[in-house]
Design a protein around this ligand. Sequence first.
Ligand code: NDP
Length: 446
Amino acid sequence: MSNFVDAIMADVKAKNAAQPEFHQAVQEVVESLEPVIEKHPEYKEAKILERIIEPERVIMFRVPWVDDQGQVQVNRGFRVEFNSAIGPYKGGLRFNPSVNLGILKFLGFEQIFKNSLTTLPMGGGKGGSDFDPQGKSDQEVMRFCQSFMSELFRHIGPNTDVPAGDIGVGGREIGFMFGQYKKLRNAFEGILTGKGLGWGGSLIRPEATGYGCVYFVEEMLKTQGKSLDGLKVAVSGSGNVAQYATQKVNQLGGKVVTLSDSSGFIVDNDGIVGEKWDYIMNLKNIRRGRIKEYADKFGCEYHEGTGIWNTKVDVAIPCATQNELDGDSAKTLVDNGCFCVSEGANMPSTPDAVDVFLKNKILFGPGKAANAGGVAVSGLEMSQNSMRFSWSREEVDEKLHRIMKDIHTASIDAADKYGTPGNYVNGANIAGFLKIANSMMDQGIV
Ligand code: NDP
């Protein structure tokens, strides 16, 4: 590590103790930006990086609610309003017992660069709670969401901060939160994205992250004259991103053979397609059951715990959670002939895994670029809300496809220009950073 990276990281670690995921996310970006800072001493002088690393505002609050047994429960709620240089704060809400400030800061920090890459006017933010929706009744989830919004509503607004979904926050939760906001403010406003189609949602928003991630795979493959047709693909997770990544791979002629949840994973060498994909949608979105039930029903392999990356595939699309793919898993994937990895989840590959991919010249699409399709269509949902108008499915899908192609080009071009051709990690970080840095320079020391 250079003195420059060392100095920034020492400061980040001292000021943000016990936030390892945040350190990890910052380190990757700072390392990528070294050649940019060398070329632009004005950024160093204006302490642009030091300012980006510090959130503009962090809100932390109590979320009390009553469970079905009449017992009072208390969770912790957060919103990290990270950077508003290019637009209102934008980023998802995560409900998961693992949520803490460090995890939300890593996610909010990454979101700044991702949103910039989409070319749409959105700043970076992230929020959520340590509430666990698993095993809760719809009524309990509703009471929790209402209590969460009873505090969050005073901090958000269509021109201030517009949250969306993430792990544990899907259409049901967005609905409950929107209803509560509307009641408290007496205003029907586009303060959340991922809304239902009848009340301001956008077509293709549920599909956008998964579809976009596969469009990014297509673009990476094209650089080597390849396509998804006939390729075997491992997808992890079985939530929103995994479901639509699987559907898009199937549509483009590939074959998805794995899915997982936090208990284990399935391997179905015949492909998770047709009625089997419909079964997953019902299992995970309606019945809210475990992935093992798929193996029981269709008679394929099921394994508890991790190990999904031991499956022999051409392409890997991790869509579950951070640090789910470590250095050893990356080596196994590469040894088994995998030549393309696209991150549907945020930071699913550990730094060791990323090293393995880059050293072996694997086509590696980092989450900031590869999963930006979700927030891009959230940006389009905001535009449609402002216009009080909606685009057709085809129109939104076409815009999403265009944006993913542009993100790919911007990343490749920046990687080339700054001396690391083919390195999408550096390319995405640099392309995302430049627009933020220039906007911050224009707006003075604020
Ligand atoms: P969902 O809640 O819909 O699905 C998450 C999936 O990951 C579930 O299958 C869940 O299993 C599994 N999972 C969660 N935690 C773990 C764990 N510790 N180990 C193994 N599996 C786990 O979330 P999304 O699909 O929306 O999000 C998935 C990832 O994609 C996240 O990293 C998110 O930040 C990222 N992302 C999401 C976007 C979106 O638009 N939704 C946009 C960009 C990125 P279980 O059912 O057992 O909990």
